[in-house]
Design a protein around this ligand. Structure first.
Ligand code: ATP
Length: 269
């Protein structure tokens, strides 16, 4: 049993310090009711780097990603065994403030999901919920977040327009801006380009390259080409098990396990 009973957000402010992994997943198992979806997963996710989760459909990539900010908590019949720590804090320990945890672990989904409100309000909404009302702080946050998400030039003259009027790629960059506005340490991305065309995809990939270092990024992708282009490390999953994990070049060019090799060379998947 864990000896950590309180989640301490302050501990997260040591952003991407060079020592140790940002996230440590150890002996992690998960069941949806009677059905086990994750088996003894062990993975250290390095700070400031991009880690890709790859593997065939249904192998548990999204399940594992969603455990990293406890997005699975509301699923009926969900059980877990094992441990996930963020900067040494057990995120499943008793007393953890899950809302505070999710602020530290921003999430970007497959389909862009801006709120039906203005571009400005999309970014400031989480701050307002936290009681921030000072206009200068809100303005500054909007500009900074949009610049970080490479959307400032396209959006600065239409901040009060509806976010739903943006293109799909712009909407996804807005969702990234909204995630970074809360000043997270980690960005979790679940197939962030799957609904986008190749040009919008290339913009998001460039953005991921720019954001890494400032943020630790964990990304689920179906595209092996994308994993090879943008990630530093790759974890290959199969049937709920983590089969192999290593630096992306090695996983794609010299994997140790035959199943990894079969997958990355397109023999199945
Ligand atoms: N909410 C849920 N309730 C019950 N079973 C679920 C739930 N979510 C996922 N599963 C099951 O868990 C397993 C892993 O699913 P998951 O979505 O994590 O896989 P994935 O690798 O992300 O798949 P894909 O690439 O198709 O998105 C699958 O067998 C899936 O049917």
């Amino acid at each position: 049993m864990s000896d950590i009973i309180e989640f301490e957000p302050t501990a997260y402010h040591v952003k991407n310090s060079p020592e140790g992994p940002a996230l440590d997943i150890s002996d992690f198992n998960l069941w949806y009711g009677e059905s086990q979806a994750l088996f003894d997963c062990n993975l250290e996710i390095q700070k400031g780097q991009v880690t890709a989760l790859i593997g065939p459909s249904g192998c548990g990539k999204s399940t594992l990603l969603r455990c990293l900010n406890r997005m699975n908590d509301l699923v009926d019949g969900l059980r877990i065994r094992g441990r996930i720590t963020v900067d040494g804090f057990d995120i499943y320990a008793k007393g953890v403030d899950v809302i505070a945890l999710r602020k530290r672990m921003g999430m970007v989904f497959q389909k862009p999901n801006p709120f039906a409100m203005s571009i400005y309000d999309n970014i400031t909404y989480p701050l307002r919920v936290d009681g921030v009302t000072k206009k200068s702080i809100l303005d500054e946050t909007v500009e900074h977040a949009l610049k970080q998400a490479a959307l400032w030039n396209e959006a600065k003259d239409r901040l009060n327009d509806s976010a739903l009027g943006l293109s799909g790629g712009q909407q996804q960059r807005l969702c990234i801006a909204r995630a970074v506005a809360s000043d997270p340490e980690v960005l979790l991305m679940d197939e962030p380009c799957s609904a986008l065309d190749p040009i919008a995809t290339a913009r998001i990939e460039e953005l991921i390259e720019e954001l890494k270092g400032t943020y630790t990024i964990v990304m689920v992708t179906h595209s092996m080409a994308q994993a090879a282009r943008v990630s530093d490390n790759t974890a290959f999953m199969y049937l709920g098990r983590l089969i192999e994990y290593g630096d992306t070049d090695t996983i794609f060019t010299n994997p140790q396990k035959s199943r990894t090799n079969d997958y990355v060379t397109g023999r199945f998947g």
